[in-house]
Design a protein around this ligand. Structure first.
Ligand code: BG6
Length: 513
């Protein structure tokens, strides 16, 4: 087994130090699926290479595909070779896959859970390790309650003894509206306690997203400005150039509002808008985030039409290559009204943010991939430079660049050298790549590790998920009632004209990331 201490890495020091998990078994329901292959196996492998995993850890995959243990290990190897951040090495893989097992089963077959329990008990006894079990639901969401119920029936839902734990990670989508999310919460709570449930939102595992709190609350200079007195408005952009990428049947039932707004975007907004928590722990941080979600001004029917836009991509060009429109993608209904783009203007009714608009937009097949949060400050109160023929001064903008560029930029006016007072906007830039030597770990690495050590700060709590669905459900209902035409935009552009109009009504423009 690998015994060295974790590599020195300024991105991690202090964040994960002393957080090595106890021996555990990870049980992945849906182990033959895309998520397991692209994200989970590589994340675990990288955690092991970086020495974050304990000496004993086991992986059990469960899915319908008929694999033997050996075949499953080969699948895991393929996934690591293809998707791992760190390179595949035969000896390391041997170590990694040492205790990897597979159960071929339907998720509603109770015999499979008996078999699972037997396997888990045998491994814990043989290895003389505590019965620590992390169940990962990486299946279609309709199976989440089924799996939870069966785990409960065989008693795998409780901590086996006082030295052991049982936890469950639940993937998104967590429900498809408020009612179904509440039902799912009820079903899970029949079997697990809230402290055992880890609802994942992979955006919270991104280094640049975690840095939002560090930036705000570990520095003295920004927080005094972080309010309605100095901030004019906030723009949150999550732009993708990809289309639906073979996920047509899922996506046509979800749309951008469920796929991106309900989770990732409202999480970003909460982190930007929340009050300082009293501690960096799971209750304090999530208490403050949920307050933001609850303070978002509810939409009236009229507001939904005025302050939200939903649109679909048409054919166009991405990087010079022609791409089809959404309605011509596989598994999309020819008369689909599903949104691939959403823009909205939100207000937060509290002392800090009263009347400061938050503009959110996300879309597929946009001009480029870029996630950023731009905080635009109010202009200087007295502009005496105007008398020296200085053109309109631009406002200061602080941009938190989440991906693919990772960093923070502050835009401000500077004097152009010379005898005249001429002002030009310049940028002060922080780039992760130049300040830190090592590449950041993947979001799933951080989140899996947190679940292993039982820290749910970066996971979504029941009340948070329901507060986000309350807003999103009201918007979806408004669109359904209005039956207004879904706007369209050409692939490879920055979205529909209607979104430009939405923000222009307040006298602003969307930024070009
Ligand atoms: C997922 C969505 O949650 O996030 C996808 O289901 C989307 O549709 C993806 O492409 C974006 O994640 P990232 O990390 O690439 O920004």
């Amino acid at each position: 087994m690998l015994t060295e201490t974790p590599l020195s890495n300024p991105l991690r020091e202090g964040l994960l130090d002393g957080r090595r998990p106890q021996p555990f078994t990870l049980v992945i329901f849906g182990a033959a699926g895309d998520l397991a292959h692209r994200k989970l196996f590589p994340a675990l492998y990288n955690l092991m290479l970086d020495h974050w995993l304990p000496t004993h850890f086991n992986i059990v995959g469960i899915a319908r595909q008929p694999y033997t243990d050996e075949e499953f290990r080969r699948e895991v190897k393929t996934s690591i070779k293809k998707f791992s951040r760190r390179p595949y090495g035969p000896e390391e893989f041997q170590l990694f896959a040492d205790e990897t097992h597979y159960i071929t089963a339907d998720f509603d077959d109770s015999k499979a859970y008996q078999q699972l329990k037997k396997l888990l008990t045998t491994m814990s006894k043989r290895q003389q390790i505590p019965s620590n079990y992390l169940f990962y639901m990486a299946t279609p969401p309709s199976f989440y309650p089924v799996i939870a119920r069966h785990l409960g029936e065989v008693g795998l839902n409780h901590d086996a003894d006082e030295n052991s734990w049982a936890r469950v990670i639940v993937e998104k989508p967590f429900g498809r509206d408020l009612a179904s999310a509440e039902d799912l919460n009820t079903d899970l709570h029949h079997v697990f306690e809230e402290r055992q449930i880890f609802r994942i939102d992979h955006y919270l595992g991104k280094e640049t997203v975690q840095n939002i709190l560090v930036f705000r609350f570990a520095n003295g200079i920004f927080e005094p400005l972080w309010n309605r007195q100095y901030i004019d408005h906030v723009q949150i952009t999550v732009a993708e150039s990809l289309g639906v990428e073979g996920r047509g049947s899922y996506y046509d039932n979800a749309g951008a509002i469920r796929d991106m707004v309900q989770n990732h975007m409202l999480q970003l907004m909460s982190l930007i808008a929340m009050e300082p928590p009293v501690a960096f722990d799971e209750d304090a941080v999530r208490d403050e985030k949920v307050k933001v979600l609850r303070a978002i001004r509810p939409f009236t029917t009229r507001d939904i039409l005025d302050h939200t836009v939903h649109a679909q991509y048409e054919s166009g060009f991405i990087d010079g290559t022609p791409v089809p429109g959404f309605l011509d993608e596989p598994d999309i209904a020819s008369d689909s009204r599903t949104d691939t783009y959403v823009a909205m203007r939100l207000l937060i009714d509290n002392w800090r943010w009263a009347e400061v608009p938050f503009y959110l937009r996300t879309g597929k097949r946009l001009a480029k991939r870029a996630t950023e949060i731009a905080i635009q400050f109010k202009t200087a109160p007295h502009r005496f430079f105007n008398q020296t023929a200085t053109p309109e001064l631009e406002p200061n903008v602080l941009t938190l660049k989440i991906q693919p560029d990772e960093g923070i930029a502050l835009r401000f006016g500077a004097k152009v050298p010379g005898p005249m007072v001429r002002i030009r906007t310049v940028n002060m830039d922080f780039l992760y790549g130049t300040s830190f030597a090592d590449a950041a770990p993947e979001a799933y690495e951080r989140l899996l590790l947190d679940a292993m050590v039982g820290d749910s700060t970066l996971f979504t709590r029941k009340d948070e998920v329901e507060a986000a669905w309350t807003l999103v459900t009201s918007i979806m209902q408004g669109w359904a009632r209005a039956k207004n035409p879904v706007a369209t935009y050409e692939s490879g552009t920055w979205g529909p004209r209607e979104a430009e109009e939405l923000i222009a009504r307040d006298g602003f423009r969307w930024r070009r990331p």
